[in-house]
Design a protein around this ligand. Structure first.
Ligand code: ADP
Ligand code: MN
Ligand code: MN
Ligand code: MN
Length: 380
């Protein structure tokens, strides 16, 4: 399936289309005392990440020093062409591993601009419909005294960007059955580790609380974890960690997909397990009791959670391949076939956290963390 003019390497990699030796000639030029801030936001599909660079002339000490900006929402499916301006509000900033120095990555959320109506009324900036951060931040504020912590496990699959077939798989064929790949080392088992390793270092440099990486059950599937993060930080950091992955994979001309079941059949899907705890669950002696009460609440709102836990999750949550069934809620200690898993140590230590295994890899962390907080802390 090779295209004319493209050379395939051993991993199904396509050699860069541009000569890679030229850009480095310019990277050491000084930047005239200015800062490059890469504004990043979630686009109209709810899963596409968009970005553009703003050159700033003033020092940036905190996210409050970053100006509100705007973009053409008609090009991202987020506004009509005749009223296309969408405002970008900086929410969280990170060091930029792609442009070391004083430069920044800036996670933003999106708003309709403020306007003066013909009748003289003034309408303030308000979140656009695809802005899921806004409601999440409100829920996190209401729940702040419980200090909710989240650790999200992000599984993803690396694809040849031309053929859309997993990297390192035989061209139009399949590798050997699952078994040796999970947490593997070695050629043919751990595929494209360079990407995973580069992503890990970039996240650490950026200031993301990345807590680990591992090779997954399906070959060319990997996982990274971000957390524990408190409240709204979890969503901000997870979206930025995904952005960094996209940028690293771009350098290799590889596609990182968050599809929950990239290859149908006897191949594991990709999940986004969300580990969760609060002051209540972490409290010595009483925490285990609190966890059981939370699980009972989650059971009642199973359908509401499933509806918000990722597009196409029904292709993954089949009850096979270490998943639960989509239709019924279940939980268990150390049970990886349940909706919610409680760690072995929790009943022993009588406190800790639990794992909601239902979210798929394309979860919106703002939606998932909001639902968890609403169900377990903000409702009866
Ligand atoms: P698994 O055993 O399911 O593969 P991982 O080790 O991949 O779990 O991920 C566990 C995640 O849970 C990590 O991001 C970790 O930081 C996070 N975590 C650990 N303790 C807590 C806690 N008390 N509350 C919330 N998240 C936690
Ligand atoms: Mn994991
Ligand atoms: Mn996993
Ligand atoms: Mn897990």
């Amino acid at each position: 399936m090779a295209q004319p003019g493209l050379v395939y390497g051993t991993m199904g990699r396509i050699e860069p289309l541009l000569e890679p030796c030229i850009l480095p000639r310019f990277l050491d030029l000084d930047q005239d005392g200015k800062i490059m801030a890469e504004y990043v936001w979630v686009g109209g599909t709810g899963s596409d990440l968009r970005c553009k660079t703003r050159v700033l002339t003033k020092e940036v000490k905190s996210v409050k020093d970053l100006p509100i900006w705007n973009y053409d929402g008609s090009s991202t499916g987020q506004a009509p062409g005749d009223d296309s301006e969408v405002f970008l509000k900086p929410c969280a900033m990170f060091r930029d591993p792609f442009r070391p120095g004083p430069n920044l990555l800036v996670m933003c959320d999106a708003y309709e601009p403020p306007r003066d109506l013909p009748d003289g009324k003034h309408v303030d900036m308000k979140p656009i419909p695809t802005n899921t951060r806004y409601a999440c931040a409100l829920a996190m504020e209401k729940a702040a005294k419980e200090e909710p912590w989240f650790g999200i496990e992000q599984e993803y699959t690396l694809l040849n960007s031309t053929t859309k077939w997993p990297l390192g798989w035989p061209t139009s064929g399949y590798p050997g059955p699952q078994g040796p790949y999970y947490c593997s080392a070695g050629a043919g088992a751990a595929i494209a580790r360079d990407i995973v390793e580069a992503h890990l270092k970039c996240c650490m440099y950026a200031g993301i609380q990345i807590s680990g990486i591992n090779a997954e059950v399906m070959p060319s599937q990997w996982e990274f974890q971000v957390g524990p993060c408190v409240g709204i930080d979890s969503g901000d950091q997870m979206w930025m960690a995904r952005y960094i992955l996209q940028r690293v994979a771009e350098l290799y001309n590889v596609e990182a997909t968050f599809d929950p079941k990239p290859i149908p059949g006897d191949w594991n899907g990709a999940g986004g397990h969300c580990n969760y705890s609060t002051n209540g669950t972490r409290a010595a002696n009483t925490g285990w009791d609190t966890i059981q009460k939370m699980i009972a609440k989650l059971e009642k709102r199973h359908a509401v959670h499933i509806a918000g836990y990722g597009e196409g999750n029904e292709r993954r949550l089949t009850g096979k391949h270490e998943t639960s069934s989509m239709d019924t809620f279940s939980w268990g200690v150390a049970n990886r076939g349940a909706s919610v898993r409680v760690g072995r140590s929790v009943p022993v230590e009588k406190c800790g956290y639990f794992e909601d295994r239902r979210p798929s890899s394309n979860l919106d962390p703002y939606v998932v963390t909001k639902l968890l907080v609403e169900t377990t802390l903000l409702s009866d």
